[in-house]
Write a protein that binds this ligand. Structure first.
Ligand code: NAD
Length: 359
């Protein structure tokens, strides 16, 4: 059987890394009918928007997409095209596994963390009021009257909604991921001591969910500031980390840093029956079309996709091939060489060739 999968090559370095990932997936022998969808800065002239309607329709139809990075050009009406896709499709769980690969220069070894970030609520909800606008003044006066607290009149306001239902479903996702992937512990993270009615609610909801998994998966809580220090000092103590949107955004970059950077950090955005797989990194416009950047983050995002499809063997083989090529350190891109101007660095497509040969 062949899978129908939406492929959004993206813009900037998107074409280079998504071609590499597509070739690697095809080389595993898993049969896929790719439904290729244009999006991003390069198609605004053609469609009048970086996110043509056909893109979302294709993902809704196929239920699964592999996506390259998309630039959000200023003045398109989008805060971020990528956030718009997640919101439109209610892809509430952002999954970012961070695993060390032998051969990547990093201060840390044997990192094996999974960040599960809530994707739809929190300060990312985009509910903002600009400083100086009449409605902002009205809001400030209303809040002052309700809370009996003073807000500087020259303030901008961003709203942080966190719901019981949104918190429960992301924590449940974290526990289910832990069960399915043989993980031992889930750590819920927030700043509940300061924001009692949002972050405190997140912990309360997490505790409720954790009860269902008692005896199967360990559960603990950490405050976000302490967690940042703990991850830098003793990351080996942690396993699956579940966080509200903004903390999750920051912590997943911290974890990507622990394993050696954006070039090797994969991701997925998952909702009810829909999933979009994409690297953490962006479109790095200065490297567009140069066949230069590291394809591994995108290839490992495709590994997550194969795993999600239930193609466990193909996923494992592809991950092992990536690990082998990185460990050898020969056919790797500039960022994986000891020096960035190393003349022995290979291009994006040549690294993909090496990975395919190692399968
Ligand atoms: P970026 O991730 O595109 O690039 C930052 C730097 O990281 C690059 O200059 C490069 O040095 C390095 N880098 C990134 N990917 C790499 C790779 N595969 N191999 C080697 N090095 C790599 O971040 P940015 O410059 O902040 O964003 C550029 C554009 O991308 C913006 O328009 C932003 O909105 C968009 N963006 C998109 C996504 C997404 O599609 N999910 C994510 C982040 C940013």
């Amino acid at each position: 059987m062949a899978y129908n999968i939406t492929l959004i090559p993206g813009d900037g370095i998107g074409a280079d890394v998504s071609t590499a990932a597509r070739r690697c997936v095809e080389a595993t022998g898993v049969k896929i009918n790719w439904d290729i969808q244009e999006a991003g800065a390069d198609v605004i002239g053609k469609y009048g928007t970086p996110l043509p309607a056909g893109v979302l329709a294709s993902i809704r139809k196929n239920k699964i997409a592999l996506k390259g990075p998309l630039t959000t050009p200023i003045g398109t009406g989008f805060r971020s095209v990528n956030v718009a896709i997640r919101k439109e499709l209610d892809l509430y769980a952002c999954l970012r596994p961070c695993k060390s690969f032998k051969g990547v220069r990093s201060k840390y070894e044997n990192i094996d963390l999974v960040v599960v970030r809530e994707n739809t609520e929190d300060l990312y909800a985009g509910i903002e009021f600009e400083e100086g606008k009449p409605e902002t003044g009205n809001l400030i006066r209303e809040i002052e009257s309700l809370s009996k607290k003073k807000i500087n009149p020259d303030s901008g306001i961003s709203i942080k909604p966190i719901s019981i239902s949104g918190s429960k479903r992301i924590v449940k996702f974290g526990f289910e991921y832990a069960i399915k992937h043989g993980r031992k512990k889930v750590t819920a993270i927030s700043k509940a001591n300061i924001m009692k009615y949002t972050d405190g609610l997140f912990f309360a909801a997490a505790r409720e969910v954790a009860k269902e998994y008692e005896g199967k998966i360990e559960y603990e809580e950490r405050l976000i500031d302490n967690m940042c220090m703990q991850l830098v000092q003793k990351p080996e103590l942690y396993d699956v980390l579940v966080l509200p949107n903004l903390y999750g955004d920051i912590l997943s970059d911290l974890c990507a840093g622990l394993i050696g950077g954006l070039g090797i950090a994969p991701g997925a955005n998952i909702g009810e029956g829909l999933a979009v797989f994409e690297a953490i990194h962006g479109s790095a416009p200065k490297y567009a079309g140069l066949n230069k950047v590291n394809p591994v983050a995108m290839i490992l995002s495709a590994v997550l996709m194969l795993d999600y499809l239930g193609e466990k063997q193909a996923a494992k083989r592809l991950e092992n091939a990536v690990a082998k090529v990185i460990a050898e350190g020969k056919s790797v891109t500039y960022d994986l060489k000891p020096h960035r101007d190393d003349p022995t660095a290979v291009g994006t497509s040549q690294m993909a060739d090496a990975i395919i040969s190692a399968l």
